[in-house]
Design a protein around this ligand. Structure first.
Ligand SMILES: NC(=O)c1ccc[n+]([C@@H]2O[C@H](COP(=O)([O-])OP(=O)(O)OC[C@H]3O[C@@H](n4cnc5c(N)ncnc54)[C@H](O)[C@@H]3O)[C@@H](O)[C@H]2O)c1
Length: 432
């Protein structure tokens, strides 16, 4: 592994290659060429499933533990991260936490921008994609092409070309009978599942409107070390740079927006407008991220979703999904329905993060593969179009957003100087 503090080897990963692939995905010309022989699609009941983790941060380590909790016959064998210190930390933590099932030797720790390619070349059956969202489209495509089953954290992209790329990868996964489980974890919460099932069965009549609240406090900031290049600084503090995180409407509020997509047949809304800005996090340490967004979304059947997200300290917080129907109302995270008769979910509440992995492994073993590709792409699209509506002050349609040619981020992945992104100004910033 290279030195944690001077990751100076330029990456061979070129942004142009990505652009090219993404454009091909739109016209649909390259898919057949990328299809290779069907993968070994499932392991027999007794086979040990080998897991590789890409992105050894907080969620990545959590996902590795969830994978081990899900099944006895699973081992963690490969770790990859852009930064060697992150791998070292993950080795220390995970070797203690998962004991004998931590089976990662020195030869299977990979760092750098291309580390994920080495994971794909290894003999793992399953990969956990847990880097900042910007890198997801390329890593997901590489995993599917290499015949790996995937657990894929949310969001899955930060721009239109990224969403298109992921939609293509999802179709490819279906063709190759590879599982693709999304980290949109509320889909795996038994209480939310049953509440939504009852709404879909008519418990509150027709859905008229949805209110999504993700009103919460601030998250971490990792400071700046004198030996970090601007690229390293932005990657270490990826939450605050739109090209890496998508901004917090995409990175965090997607959990809420995904439930609105779920209630609308897994479809993205057709248009939206919104308001947003940065009122408290104005210092340059906060990159170009906003600290609040309010967006009104609309589907083609006139259902509306009013969504609010704020990351500020010392304000009133609320995170829930309020569904207004023609015959009642529901609150999804409270698991309550007030309709012709009142109901509250009182069933079992296993960890939704463990359930994600239990269902992933059960699907791989039985051959009943799971593919969450479409909804995770549509929820990401919904979040990105909301961001662009607020950044520009314009109404944005899902079609415009999906067909946008704009790829966020630097042309090349290498540690050195990169542009400090501009802060969007409604009415001045243009949608492209
Ligand atoms: N489902 C959930 O509840 C949930 C909760 C938290 C985070 N997340 C998602 O998980 C992802 C990771 O978040 P986190 O909180 O673990 O962040 P983190 O910063 O703690 O970890 C990210 C890791 O990825 C590494 N990384 C960055 N670029 C990389 C690259 N190109 N290749 C390999 N490694 C790279 C970083 O060095 C870091 O170790 C994000 O998409 C986030 O939105 C989901």
């Amino acid at each position: 592994m290279s030195d944690a503090n001077s990751p100076s080897v330029p990456s061979s990963a070129s942004r142009r290659d990505f652009l090219k692939n993404s454009t091909a995905a739109v016209v649909g010309g390259s898919l057949a060429a990328t299809l290779v022989a069907p993968a070994a699609v499932h392991a027999a009941g007794s086979d040990v499933l080998k897991v590789g983790l890409i992105g050894c941060g907080g969620r990545g380590m959590g996902a590795a533990v969830n994978a081990m909790n899900a099944e006895e016959n699973v081992k963690l064998t490969v770790l990859a991260d852009a930064f060697p210190d992150q791998i070292k930390h993950a080795r220390d933590v995970l070797s203690k936490q998962i004991g004998a099932r931590f089976a990662v030797d020195n030869e299977h720790c990979f760092d750098g921008f291309d580390a994920y390619k080495k994971v794909m070349a290894s003999d793992v059956d399953v990969v956990l994609l847990c880097t900042p969202p910007h890198f997801r489209p390329a890593q997901l495509r590489a995993a599917i092409e290499a015949g790996k089953h995937v657990f894929c954290e949310k969001p899955v992209a930060v721009d239109g070309p990224g969403v298109r790329h992921v939609l293509e990868s999802s179709r490819l996964a279906k063709e190759k009978k590879l599982s693709l489980v999304s980290g949109l974890c509320w889909r795996y919460d038994l209480g939310v599942r049953e509440t939504i099932q009852r709404i879909q069965d008519g418990a509150i009549g027709d859905i008229v409107a949805i209110q999504e609240n993700y009103l919460t406090g601030t998250l971490w900031h990792r400071g700046r070390q004198p030996n970090w290049s601007e690229m390293e600084y932005q990657m270490r503090n990826w939450l605050y740079f739109t090209w890496l995180s998508g901004d917090h409407i995409v990175e965090q509020h997607i959990h809420s927006l995904d439930k609105a997509v779920w209630l609308n047949g897994d479809k993205a809304p057709v248009r939206c407008f919104g308001l947003g800005g940065r009122q408290v996090r104005t210092d340059k340490q906060w990159g170009n991220a906003y600290d609040h967004f309010a967006v009104c979304y609309e589907w083609d059947n006139n259902v509306k979703c009013f969504s609010y997200t704020r990351q500020m300290s010392d304000c009133g917080n609320d995170v829930d999904d309020y569904i207004l129907g023609s015959k009642g109302q529901a609150a999804l995270l409270r698991h309550t329905i007030k309709g012709a008769s009142d109901w509250r979910y009182r069933g079992p509440k296993p960890s939704m993060y463990d359930v994600e992995h239990k269902e992933l492994f059960a699907g791989i073993r039985s051959g009943n593969i799971i593919n969450n590709g479409e909804y995770m792409s549509h929820s990401t699209l919904m979040a990105i179009m909301g961001r662009e509506a607020c950044y520009t002050g314009q109404t944005i349609t899902s079609e415009q957003m999906l067909n946008s040619p704009v790829v966020l981020g630097p042309e090349k992945y290498e540690f050195g100087d990169i542009k400090i992104p501009e802060i969007a100004m409604p009415g001045i910033t243009k949608f492209a």
